[in-house]
Design a protein around this ligand. Sequence first.
Ligand SMILES: NC(=O)c1ccc[n+]([C@@H]2O[C@H](COP(=O)([O-])OP(=O)(O)OC[C@H]3O[C@@H](n4cnc5c(N)ncnc54)[C@H](O)[C@@H]3O)[C@@H](O)[C@H]2O)c1
Ligand SMILES: CC/C=C\C[C@H](O)/C=C/C=C\C=C\C=C\[C@@H](O)[C@@H](O)C/C=C\CCC(=O)O
Length: 257
Amino acid sequence: MALNGKIAVVTGAAMGIGKAITEILMQNGAKVALLDVNKTAGDSLKEALDKQYGQEKTMFLCCNVESEEQIKAAFQKTAETFGKIDILCNNAGMLNESTWEKTISINLVGVIRGTYLALEHMSKLSGGQGGVIINTASMAGLGPLPSCPVYTATKHGVVGFTRAMAAASTASGYGIRFNSLCPSFVQTDLFTTTKSNLGQFSNLADMTQLIIDKLGMLNMSEVAESVLELVTDETKNGEALLVMPKRKQYMTFPSII
Ligand SMILES: NC(=O)c1ccc[n+]([C@@H]2O[C@H](COP(=O)([O-])OP(=O)(O)OC[C@H]3O[C@@H](n4cnc5c(N)ncnc54)[C@H](O)[C@@H]3O)[C@@H](O)[C@H]2O)c1
Ligand SMILES: CC/C=C\C[C@H](O)/C=C/C=C\C=C\C=C\[C@@H](O)[C@@H](O)C/C=C\CCC(=O)O
């Protein structure tokens, strides 16, 4: 899928991995609707992108993925302004084992909500043109991080949901590809605040540091390049792409029937 003329929606677009996703999609010709709960960061990024690409290439919509009403309105505004939605990156996320219900609400429920609302605009069964949905999971969606079991659960849920939606899409004819992005550690605000967000598991901070020391840190461009691959390679559907420093791997899963 070449990206010239394509319309993308990125949640959690204002900072970190979402900002990197936004930038690589724009570098490759897409227009992007930036959705983020952080208005200050969103406005600031929009201003910077306007200078680099022109005002007509992006729109920033302040939006909380926990709100059905706000996501629905943001998708509607995007479709009205840009004419369609071809690409959705459900990227917004947080990590806080103390406020674990909120972590579930954003990381998993928010991904499900965004996916279902996007179907109304993207699915060929509802008059859409199809496209691709990339859900940001994590390496913690493929194996447990003992210091953050709820975060781990949300990311395992994102991987499972995405694989199931890929199969549903193929079986039903949505015309939409679904893939999970599973990065290891990336230097972002989420990563920086992790150690203060482990709650009852803060005693495992040192163990987590051992894992970080073992795996190393990804740079943002490696993550963004992997997203571009999942978006543009039309053979990719139902994939979970593990991205680690200096290597990446499409995961295989045991068939259980
Ligand atoms: N940083 C890592 O090590 C790492 C590794 C693997 C996966 N991830 C995942 O990548 C995604 C992005 O994380 P990041 O590291 O870039 O974090 P980040 O904190 O730098 O950026 C997250 C962005 O999402 C926004 N956001 C948070 N809650 C929101 C909500 N309810 N509605 C809308 N926007 C919201 C924030 O304002 C922020 O702009 C998350 O899903 C995270 O779990 C991060
Ligand atoms: C602390 C969480 C910070 C950021 C969360 C973000 O999503 C990044 C996750 C990055 C890596 C996750 C790694 C998960 C690894 C598991 O598969 C498991 O292998 C870790 C358990 C033990 C590893 C220790 C060892 O193998 O020696």
